[in-house]
Ligand binder design. Structure first.
Ligand SMILES: NC(=O)c1ccc[n+]([C@@H]2O[C@H](COP(=O)([O-])OP(=O)(O)OC[C@H]3O[C@@H](n4cnc5c(N)ncnc54)[C@H](O)[C@@H]3O)[C@@H](O)[C@H]2O)c1
Length: 199
């Protein structure tokens, strides 16, 4: 949000239930900080709520922001269950408020460049694609909660791949998937091979 200051964005306040993190963010960005989202929404005059907690808190926090009519951005994965996803969308419709999932991969410069090539017609209408994401980066170090997640590869990075495939090739009408768990220390899948048929 600091990077967007030139375009008129102004970070108004931050919130985290972890007091040390809330204070650190407040001091770093020189804005009021809160430990309770409800109190922040009560005390501050906000236009946008950017919800960057993990999926299990997305629904209550999004409903709280949307009930106040705030434009609301929710990090991926959008919510923990399909029912929660629907509830958030309905809350936005009821409040007539703008709602977005923070799906950032399609906005990255290399991905936009790929889309530009497709749009230029240089390769004709794409009829087949392989989109792959593998990394040696130690995700368990930066996100240790991954060990206990009930859903992992698809919910974390897989959804970025699914969104990219929609961005490049259009909507999907059929999907099948095989998952594997290679790391014995985790609960969920760490590999997903998905086959998509696009409209
Ligand atoms: N789009 C991307 O590229 C990308 C990259 C990394 C993470 N993410 C997503 O961002 C989200 C957060 O991931 P993370 O690794 O930063 O998690 P994290 O657990 O490190 O951070 C979440 C923070 O939310 C705080 N929190 C929890 N409940 C709260 C509440 N009710 N009110 C206020 N604060 C609360 C926690 O104290 C914690 O500081 C996840 O959904 C993750 O998938 C997206």
């Amino acid at each position: 949000w600091s990077d967007l200051a030139e375009k008129g964005a102004q970070l108004a306040a931050v919130c985290d239930v972890d007091a040390a993190k809330a204070r650190a963010a407040g001091e770093t960005f020189r804005v009021p900080y809160y430990l309770d989202a409800a109190k922040m929404l009560e005390a501050e005059r906000l236009d946008v709520a950017d919800i960057v907690t993990r999926h299990d808190t997305h629904r209550p926090l999004a409903e709280m922001a949307l009930a106040r009519g705030l434009a609301t951005i929710v990090q991926k994965p959008f919510a923990s269950t399909w029912e929660d996803c629907i509830a958030i969308v309905e809350a936005a419709q009821k409040a007539n408020a703008w709602l977005a999932v923070h799906e950032n991969f399609r906005f990255q410069a290399p991905m936009r460049a790929v889309r530009k090539v497709i749009d230029s017609g240089a390769i004709g209408t794409p009829s087949w694609a392989r989109i792959r994401f593998r990394t040696g980066f130690d995700v368990y170090k930066t996100q240790p909660y991954f060990y206990d997640e009930e859903q992992l590869a698809i919910a974390d990075v897989g959804i970025h791949m699914l969104d990219l495939s929609r961005f490049f090739l259009g909507e999907v009408e059929h999907i099948s998937c095989e998952t594997q768990k290679r790391n014995p220390r985790i609960r969920a899948e760490d590999t997903a091979t998905m086959l998509l048929r696009h409209q």
